[in-house]
Design a protein around this ligand. Sequence first.
Ligand code: HEC
Length: 209
Amino acid sequence: MITNLQTVLRCATVLATLSTVATACGDDASSDDAPDGGCPAVDAGCPAVDAGCPAGCPAPAGDLQTPPQGTPAAIDAWIAAGSYKGAGWKCEAAPHPARSPSPHGVNLICNNTKLSGTAAPADYPFGAASVKELYAADNTTIIGYATGLKLQNGASTGDKWYWYEKLSGSVVYNGKGTAANSDVCSGCHAGAGSDAAHPGRDFVYTQVP
Ligand code: HEC
């Protein structure tokens, strides 16, 4: 997986040092060709995430507060189950036109408890997540979804986020961002809070109150 190549290479070094045989960091052994996200310790110790993450990191399989990290099918199924509209989540009241500099079109954003409940100016903790419903211009028909999940504590770089977007049946992005913010999602979300035209902070533009 090209998006994860740097991580894999870095982790291969760590794994070699530890003389441990394990699946590559940030990816499992399956042939689904989907990156499998990460944990707080991924870059330090490279656990095989599907073998179980250390305590205190978002579970790759997801839970009621956490979008999964994995195949589009797994993420789509989690979205379809609708837990992002359930207990502890806060959603905007109605779809709204994209807010500059958003490319997302008409959309509605929901935040999980960790995201909506983290008061400014603190950085968001691991497990903070948003789900965005993407609408057609009729403001009614949902044509896609985007998710963002913070994987580690501390000020963000792109590789602390797991991004997913599917629009009109096509997967736009699925996987961790890059440390250099060179992926499409982190490249723009890195600007959150940078000036008056870019509200928010720590890679999040909209915190639902
Ligand atoms: C050119 C800038 C830009 C790009 C590229 C971009 N976004 Fe966004 N995104 C925004 C803005 C601005 C908002 C908030 C307002 C809105 O969307 O109307 C937003 C909102 C979101 C949200 C809700 C949480 C938040 O930060 O407000 C998620 C989740 C999200 N985007 C995911 C993604 C994903 C996944 C990608 C890559 C496939 C992506 N975005 C690409 C600008 C961008």
